[in-house]
Design a protein around this ligand. Structure first.
Ligand SMILES: NC(=O)C1=CN([C@@H]2O[C@H](COP(=O)(O)OP(=O)(O)OC[C@H]3O[C@@H](n4cnc5c(N)ncnc54)[C@H](O)[C@@H]3O)[C@@H](O)[C@H]2O)C=CC1
Ligand SMILES: CC(=O)C(=O)O
Ligand SMILES: [Mg+2]
Length: 365
């Protein structure tokens, strides 16, 4: 198969869809690989390394999009890229369609075969979301602690406290991959952490590991409200795969929170878990509503591409190879995981959460 990758055009997105190492794998399976000039440089991969791995460098994104049968990206196509979407093209990337009506319609209209990393599901886990959730979860603790500082508008509490002075209270909503990784960092930083989920198995697991150093709570309305109101730092980390994020963090709670408390809404890529969440970028990541600082960067891992690109491509390579080796239809027949990953097939929506978000028909593959 002819495959390729382009430079990400999202503001301050520094990851890339293929590393020289992954190029080598595709080439060794007999595939042809094209890479846009400079695509990997921000992740630490100069063009020459791609050439050494067997890729051909093309000067423009335009040439790559037109040349390939499968385009491997990181972020969803943005409006200037819509013109490249075409019938039969396989697009393999993060899509987050339930939060993006324009892109959904563009993919449907173009009949682009669209596989979303975030809905590929294997044994109840999301293997191509997991590495970026690990990064974002860890970063959420670091960013949250930073924006609690007074110069950023935060309340001015040090996450760990110091001997004789209380530490910050952190509440994590959702104990999945993001939640667990935020927890690991926040415990390490010395915060007083509460973590909520509706999955009691996950809470039991965390209780076994962390014992009395953390508080686990079932995510009922009552527990959520109490834990959010008393928190200096809230991390939004809930996911209903493929669907819009539930708005669990109510604006009505803000008046009872300390001014300058921080909400890091990691679930922003699925629409966000507060009623006032809107996506921000790394160069202006926060805004304030009712005295509460909101951090809502939708591509958090893009800030640490030296880590994120390798972690992402480790996870996407096996499924990408399956598609390239077998062709899309055979790969979908062989792999239930990939079948759950396909969101748009022959101009129809094949992910129930996306169909529901826009009240559009759903095709079960
Ligand atoms: N902003 C960014 O840059 C990034 C955002 N993300 C996003 O972070 C979100 C979380 O991802 P993961 O942790 O990988 O998902 P996950 O599926 O591992 O975890 C989600 C958790 O939410 C729990 N949950 C569901 N309903 C709940 C409720 N009512 N109350 C409490 N918990 C509830 C689930 O039981 C599950 O444990 C996703 O939207 C993902 O796309 C991930 C990576 C980067
Ligand atoms: C998961 C996602 O949206 C990201 O890594 O940017
Ligand atoms: Mg995102």
């Amino acid at each position: 198969m002819i495959i390729g990758t382009v430079k990400e055009i999202k503001n301050l997105e520094f990851r890339v869809g293929l590393t020289p190492g992954s190029v080598k794998e595709y080439v060794s399976h007999g595939h042809e690989v094209y890479v846009e000039k400079g695509a990997g440089i921000n992740s630490g991969f100069p063009d020459q390394e791609y050439v050494d791995a067997g890729a051909t460098i093309l000067k423009t994104a335009d040439e790559v999009w037109k040349k390939v049968e499968m385009l491997i990206k990181v972020k969803e196509p943005l409006e200037p890229e819509f013109k490249f979407l075409r019938e039969g093209l396989i697009l393999y990337t993060y899509l987050h369609l339930a939060a993006n009506e324009d892109l959904t319609y563009a993919l449907l209209k173009a009949k682009t075969q669209s596989i979303a990393y975030e809905t590929i599901e294997e044994d109840g886990t999301l293997p191509c979301l997991k590495p970026m959730s690990e990064v974002a979860g860890r970063l959420s603790a670091i960013q949250g602690a930073k924006f609690l500082e007074k110069p950023f508008g935060g309340s001015g509490i040090l996450i760990s406290g110091v001997p004789g002075v209380e530490r910050a209270k952190a509440t994590i909503v959702g104990a999945g991959v993001v939640g667990e990784n935020a927890l690991k960092m926040l415990v390490g930083m010395g915060a007083d952490v509460t973590i909520l989920d509706i999955n009691l198995r996950k809470l039991t697991y965390l209780d076994d590991i962390y014992s009395n150093t953390i508080q686990t709570l079932y995510s009922s309305k009552e527990n959520l409200e109490l834990a959010i109101k008393r928190a200096d730092l809230v991390i939004g980390a809930v996911l209903l795969p493929g669907a819009k994020a539930p708005k669990l963090i109510k604006r009505a709670y803000y008046k009872d929170m300390k001014p300058g408390s921080v909400i890091v809404d990691v679930a922003i890529d699925q629409g966000g878990s507060t009623e006032v969440s809107k996506p921000t970028y790394h160069d202006n990541p926060i805004y304030e509503v009712d005295g509460i600082i909101h951090y809502t960067v939708a591509n958090m891992p893009g800030a640490v591409p030296m880590t994120s690109t390798k972690a992402l491509t480790n996870a996407t390579l096996p499924y990408g190879l399956m598609i390239a080796d077998l062709g899309l239809d055979m790969a979908l027949n062989r792999s239930r995981a990939l079948k759950l990953g396909i969101n748009v097939y022959n101009g129809e929506i094949t992910c129930p959460g996306v169909a529901e978000a826009f009240n559009l028909p759903y095709l079960k593959l």
